[in-house]
Design a protein around this ligand. Structure first.
Ligand SMILES: [Zn+2]
Ligand SMILES: [Zn+2]
Length: 83
């Protein structure tokens, strides 16, 4: 349910990028503006950085993937500030 973008762990919007030419498609159109063929819009746009991403990630997966970094940061902070 709680899916986020893999780049930022952020919310997203459906993209209108054609799966054939990665061109932005017009809303309510099935035609790719680049090759004028029928195309499916694919992927999502990250609300945080604006990147296009094909797949979303479960929030829990994203957190698990970033946990290591997080712990390293906390360890750094501890070394810096003592305790
Ligand atoms: Zn992002
Ligand atoms: Zn196309």
């Amino acid at each position: 349910m709680s899916e986020v973008t893999p780049c930022c762990g952020s919310s997203y919007e459906d993209s209108w990028i054609s799966d054939c030419c990665t061109m932005e498609m017009y809303a309510d159109s099935d035609i790719c503006p680049a090759c004028k063929k029928n195309a499916d819009a694919t992927g999502y746009i990250c609300n945080e950085c604006g990147n296009w991403t094909e797949d979303l990630e479960e929030l829990s997966e994203y957190n698990a993937r970033n946990k290591e970094n997080h712990y390293e940061e906390m360890a750094d902070a501890k070394r810096k500030y003592g305790e």
